[in-house]
Design a protein around this ligand. Structure first.
Ligand SMILES: *[C@@H]1O[C@H](CO)[C@@H](O)[C@H](O)[C@H]1NC(C)=O
Length: 328
């Protein structure tokens, strides 16, 4: 069996279970729902052309589960909602861990007064030397703009905050937020527009996250000590509950069974060891950096929406961190 077809399906998805001799061709499968709306699985898998890929857009339950305060996790048709009130916030976590690939979720952020609240969407590994890629959406008073804070932790060390404003109102509609991760870069995308790239600069001695499987997480909580206007605006609990809505869950990555050791997972999930038969799409040479169009998009975001960049904060970092050189 080609490596693309093994281990990638959660138990219970019998329909797609790879049969012996399954030939990794492009295949699209949709089927009616058992117990809810949207369930569409599709695979784009080609081993003969050298590209191995697995895409799925799935129902929340297939990929995720509540991680805390499940009574504040609300299922509403095709949407999932996380609720924050003065009793509790809430969160969810992927059932599996992944190495490399792309994770996307569509979010509609807390409407109206969201001051003091933070909604986060992130990937993280575990342990003191963990890696983490964060989107944090910092709420605001009614009519004032949200900010998006991103951060990258490598080997337990973060302090790489950037803040950007958005070119749309994230509380009016769903927008897609994605994290693309391969051995060359971590890219944060909003509606497919890259807003930040963390490039592999191991050659200059900057550690790069590529050795730990990561879970996918989201949560909403009260952070009024820092989130809004530097902590000056507090959460107004008379406006609770604060609700963020989700749909369109997609994880297109190399799934890492919990029973498999980190070493084995790393081998399975790196194309260099996918026994020549195929290669994961995220390891294709074109994925190792932004294309020209994306590069222009990134420059546009940085020129028009950048509010804060740790790389230029000389108060915090009299000497700019090494990954900050020659960055777009
Ligand atoms: C909230 O609105 C104020 C005023 O427009 C703005 O300065 C601030 O950056 C906004 N966002 C946050 C998260 O404070």
């Amino acid at each position: 069996m080609a490596p693309c077809c093994s281990g990638a399906l959660p138990p219970g998805d019998g329909v797609l279970a790879p049969s012996p001799g399954y030939s990794c061709n492009t295949k699209r499968v949709s089927f009616p729902l058992v117990d809810g709306p949207i369930l569409q699985l599709y695979q784009t898998v080609t081993s003969r052309t050298g590209i191995v890929s697995f895409v799925r857009s799935a129902k929340f339950d297939e990929l995720f589960q509540p991680s805390w305060a499940s009574d504040h996790v609300i299922y509403e048709g095709e949407q999932l909602k996380l609720k924050l009130d003065h009793y509790s916030g809430a969160g969810f976590v992927s059932k599996s861990k992944y190495m490399f690939g792309k994770t996307t979720v569509q979010i509609k952020l807390v409407e109206g007064d969201s001051a003091g609240t933070v909604t986060a969407f992130y990937m993280s590994s575990e342990g003191p030397k963990h890696h983490e890629f964060d989107f944090e959406f910092l709420g605001n008073t009614s009519g004032e703009p949200y900010l998006v804070q991103t951060n990258v932790y490598v080997n337990g060390v973060g302090n790489r905050e950037e803040r950007q404003s958005l070119w749309f109102d994230p509380t009016k509609d769903f927008h897609s937020y994605s994290i693309l991760w391969n051995q060359h870069q971590v890219v944060f995308l909003i509606d497919e527009t890259p807003i930040r790239v963390f490039s592999n600069k191991e050659k200059r001695g900057v550690p790069f996250p590529k050795d730990q499987p990561m879970g996918v997480y989201s949560s909403i909580w009260n952070a009024d000590d820092w989130a809004t206007q530097g902590g000056r605006v507090k959460t107004d609990w008379t406006h609770a509950p604060f609700v963020s809505s989700y749909k369109g869950f997609e994880i297109d990555g190399c799934e890492c069974p919990i029973t498999t050791t980190a070493d084995e997972n790393q081998k399975r999930c790196m194309s260099s060891s996918v026994n020549q038969k195929g290669r994961y799409w995220w390891d294709e040479p074109v994925m190792s950096e932004l294309n020209l169009h994306q590069h222009h998009q990134l420059l546009w975001v940085r020129a028009n929406h950048q509010i804060y960049d740790y790389c230029t904060d000389s108060t915090r970092f009299p000497v700019a961190p090494p990954e900050c050189d020659h960055r777009p």
